[in-house]
Design a protein around this ligand. Structure first.
Ligand code: AMP
Ligand code: ZN
Ligand code: ZN
Length: 426
């Protein structure tokens, strides 16, 4: 089991964090070289012949956790580089749709991973995050993930558990990739990424996408204000410090641009705000009901369209839309995989089909314009300005940002470099 903290391990974590902070404070790091390097090179990233991008996603890392916890290593990135006020998810603010949006620059409606699980009417097949065959089947994935664009341009890429990287999309996978293993220790992920970055030049990836499944897990069980959630955030920050220290020892450290971001935030759930769909609808009316708190999509049986629509509309504390009628700002509900009706709970409300809800204290999937669904964005390296704070931006712009840094032509996308280019050095 990976040494991830639980509520009972708080004192251990506190001392670990204290020690890590102390060590960090006492040890000079190669960061001291950076300002000199910047000063020597006025347009460094454009001139750097071989820029690297290493992007870490820490799942469910709400935008304001660093305001509530001690995160010296995120601060370290912000001081040397850039942070955004927040990064806004695409709808639905769930893990798979958003990681694939971050990889492709497309909204979920346009890349096709419209939920963590969905039914594809064109192939009559179901996609689900724990179904190995589905996850590895390229026919589910539209658009062009950044690692495919990179490989097509002769740039070696690597993925450590990024959604979509286990399938040969357009016939291409990252040169280095891993089958998802939830229990693979975070420390070993760090060491593997460092190992990749230390390979001989001809084998070394210049794009690395990697993933931690926390603080999403603890955010669900303990809520976004839970003490254990904050302890996890502090623990992750100490791991980030370990990673940055190792990275900075590499001979080509100055060429590596580091991005630390996340797929969505985390909202509060309480047992008193719970809607049981079965109190309002009959499951017999539907061919399929896909989803999980707080998002569901429905395919209705022909004769029940009006009955089901009226019943769904009568449910309190949720929004329900017909296919094609989701508000424009959500860029959702036109893909055939979103079926007939789309339901999302209001902030803080839980929805379940049967009434057996998970007793979770936190959830996401809600309207991404709500601030609690926003996530973090930090970045440093020669491509980025120093000490700059960028306004909130949508995660569709990450793909063109990476293309710009690597100097490659983006595929047709929803995002645009104009929304993020201010964070880059001129
Ligand atoms: P959710 O909170 O339901 O949106 O999903 C979060 C979960 O997605 C995490 O706990 C991970 O276990 C899982 N997950 C993330 N990336 C992958 C992946 N590439 N393959 C399988 N499961 C993943
Ligand atoms: Zn997530
Ligand atoms: Zn989650």
């Amino acid at each position: 089991m990976p040494p991830r903290p639980h509520a009972s391990q708080l004192s251990f974590l506190r001392s670990l964090l204290f020690t890590a902070t102390l060590l960090y404070a006492l040890c000079p790091t190669p960061y001291a070289l950076s300002p000199k390097l910047y000063a020597q090179n006025p347009t460094p990233y454009a001139l750097s012949p071989k820029p690297f991008v290493v992007m870490l996603s820490m799942d469910g890392y709400r935008w304001d956790y660093p305001e509530q916890c001690h995160t010296p290593n995120l601060d370290r990135i912000a001081d040397r580089g850039v942070k955004a006020h927040s990064i806004q998810s695409a709808f639905p603010s769930k893990t798979f749709p958003n990681h694939y949006t971050m990889a492709t620059g497309l909204y979920p409606d346009n890349h096709g991973i419209v939920q963590n699980s969905f039914y594809d009417p064109e192939t009559s097949r179901k996609y689900a995050i724990r179904d190995r065959d589905a996850v590895e089947d390229p026919s589910f994935y539209g658009g062009e993930p950044i690692w495919v664009t990179a490989e097509k341009n002769g740039i070696t890429s690597a993925s450590f558990f990024w959604v979509g990287s286990e399938a040969p999309i357009k016939g291409i996978q990252p040169t280095y990739w891993k089958k998802y293993d939830h229990n693979f220790p975070f420390e070993n992920r760090i060491d593997t990424v460092i190992y990749w970055l230390n390979l001989p030049e001809e084998k070394r990836p210049r794009l690395v996408m990697w993933y931690f499944d926390e603080p999403d897990g603890i955010g669900h069980t303990e809520g976004p204000h839970g003490e254990a959630t904050f302890q996890m955030v502090a623990y992750l920050d100490s791991l980030l410090g370990v990673f940055l220290d190792k990275l900075e020892q590499l001979p080509h450290a100055h060429e590596i641009n580091v991005i630390v971001t996340s797929d969505h935030g985390m909202g509060i759930n309480t047992p008193d705000k719970h809607i049981c769909l079965k109190h309002y609808i009959e499951t017999d009316w539907f061919r399929e009901i896909e989803g999980w708190n707080p998002n569901f999509i429905f395919k209705v049986k022909e004769n029940y369209y009006d009955t089901a629509w009226q019943a769904l509309q009568a449910i309190p504390h949720v929004s329900v839309w017909k296919h094609g009628e989701v508000p424009e700002r959500l860029n959702y509900g036109r893909n055939p995989r979103t079926r007939d009706f789309i339901l999302v709970a209001d902030s803080a409300w839980q929805v379940s089909l049967t009434g057996r809800h998970s007793n979770s204290a936190g959830a996401h999937g809600y309207d991404p314009f709500k601030k609690d669904m926003h996530a973090i964005f930090y970045a440093k390296g020669l491509a980025f300005k120093q000490g700059y704070v960028h306004p909130t931006f949508e995660n569709i712009h990450l793909y063109p940002l990476i293309c710009e840094i690597l100097g490659i032509e983006p595929a047709p996308i929803d995002g645009h470099i104009d929304y993020v280019k201010e964070m880059l050095r001129p």
